[in-house]
Design a protein around this ligand. Structure first.
Ligand code: ZN
Length: 411
């Protein structure tokens, strides 16, 4: 999506605020000699920001509004080292609630719904984001937090909850318990709002059929408000995101150049009106793409595809960016192959090559199947892989998805 004139002026305001506050990023911009932006070309020259920078600003280096305007902090947990602290003003908290309420509305949820919230409450942004959005919408929030499945199910039945907010794994656990205990007739759930971790179609299908509900993917990250900056509508053609609050670019994670709409790459987010801790060109390391065109729902908000993985998973083959989930998606269309596969990338004769190993039983022609899969990959993704078909049981079984991709170029 090309940045609009209004968005440029909003980014310019963010830069002025950062510089005036002399906060961590204000200083960085000053050192880079950036005093403002007035054109899309200026914008594209702005430096990127990274989670590691945010850690360097610990504890309150990101604070860009005067302390008396900061009403809350949130923190994203790091697996290593210091956490990241994000300060919020009252307006930031309110803006976030407005965006989240919009997510619920996009999912067809109204003020008559009863929303059971199972993500955790605390320093991180999960539970409280779902809560503020529900209250902004005027729905009844049931703030459970995670765990205690007995109590979750009891409240779900007694309060007649109509919406469940959860991670995909917890939603699946609840679905299985409901099934096991024969409670399906006693629950009133209609919709599930699921956090944006990467989750497979199989899991989605199980939750959907076992609970008989519609599912909505919600996107967000603590550094940029929290969950609630985008959600899919009932047409499931990607997640609408709120481009009056954030500007999203998709960039090639290697060259950091923006890619055309429709092409996959890394999601980079710029806040447009944030006060407590504005972020410019923040690299999320999440992979997705902008979906071109208009959604059948008629919404003017642009769309982001569901998260396809992390930049660490991305491979570049013959100049085309590819990630394993795209290959998986193609393989799913061939009922004659098993769920096991292996992807091997190597560098042969000066070119990157992808070999895909798939399994099938002896009833189909291996050569024909190989050609059909290669042709489908070519038409979907844009390059022709070598497809090797083997007998069922030949490929190694592994619990870990990552082991299915072997990049021999770096071995
Ligand atoms: Zn839509």
């Amino acid at each position: 999506m090309k940045i609009s004139e209004l968005q440029i002026s909003q980014v310019n305001n963010q830069i002025q605020a950062l510089r005036k506050a002399g906060s961590f990023y204000g200083k960085k911009l000053e050192e880079a000699g950036i005093s403002g932006v007035s054109t899309p070309e200026d914008f594209e020259k702005l430096p990127f920001s990274e989670k590691s920078d945010l850690r360097d600003a610990y504890p309150l280096g990101l604070m860009t509004a005067p302390e008396e305007k900061i009403v809350r902090i949130h923190s994203s947990s790091g697996t290593t080292g210091l956490p990241v602290i994000i300060p919020y003003t009252a307006k930031d908290v309110d803006d976030w609630a407005i965006m989240f309420a919009r997510c619920y509305e996009t999912a067809g949820i109204t003020n008559k719904d009863r929303i059971q919230i199972t993500p955790g409450y605390g320093l991180w942004t999960a539970g409280i984001g779902f809560q503020n959005g529900a209250e902004k919408l005027g729905a009844m929030a049931i703030p459970m937090g995670p765990g205690n499945t007995d109590k979750q199910l009891q409240m779900m039945i007694d309060m007649k909850s109509t919406v469940i907010c959860a991670t995909s794994s917890y939603a699946l656990l609840l679905a299985e318990e409901i099934q096991k205990r024969g409670l399906r007739d006693k629950i009133c759930l209609k919709k599930g709002v699921i956090g944006s971790e990467r989750w497979g179609e199989k899991m989605r299908q199980r939750i959907r059929t076992e609970l008989g509900i519609e599912l909505y993917d919600i996107y967000g990250l603590t550094e940029i408000y929290g969950p609630g900056i985008g959600v899919n509508c009932k047409y499931e053609t990607g997640m609408h995101y709120w481009d009056d609050y954030i500007y999203i670019e998709i960039v090639d994670p290697q060259t950091l150049k923006p890619v055309p709409d429709g092409e996959p790459g890394e999601i980079v987010i710029t806040t447009l009106v944030k006060e407590g801790a504005p972020l410019i060109r923040y690299r999320t390391h999440d992979l997705s793409r902008i979906i071109p065109g208009e959604c059948p729902c008629g919404s003017k908000f642009p769309r982001l595809d569901i998260i396809m993985g992390r930049t660490d998973d991305m491979m570049k083959i013959k100049g085309v960016n590819v990630f394993p989930s795209q290959i998986e998606e193609v393989l799913r269309e061939f009922p004659e192959v098993s769920s096991e596969y292996q992807i091997r990338i190597s560098h042969l004769d000066g070119r990157d090559t992808m070999r895909i190993y798939v399994e099938t039983n002896g009833s189909v022609s291996f050569a024909d199947l190989s050609d059909r899969i290669a042709a489908k990959v070519k038409s979907r993704i844009g390059f022709t892989p070598l497809v090797k078909v083997v007998e069922i049981g030949v490929l190694p079984r592994s619990e870990k998805k990552s082991k299915r991709v072997i990049d021999e170029r770096y071995e």
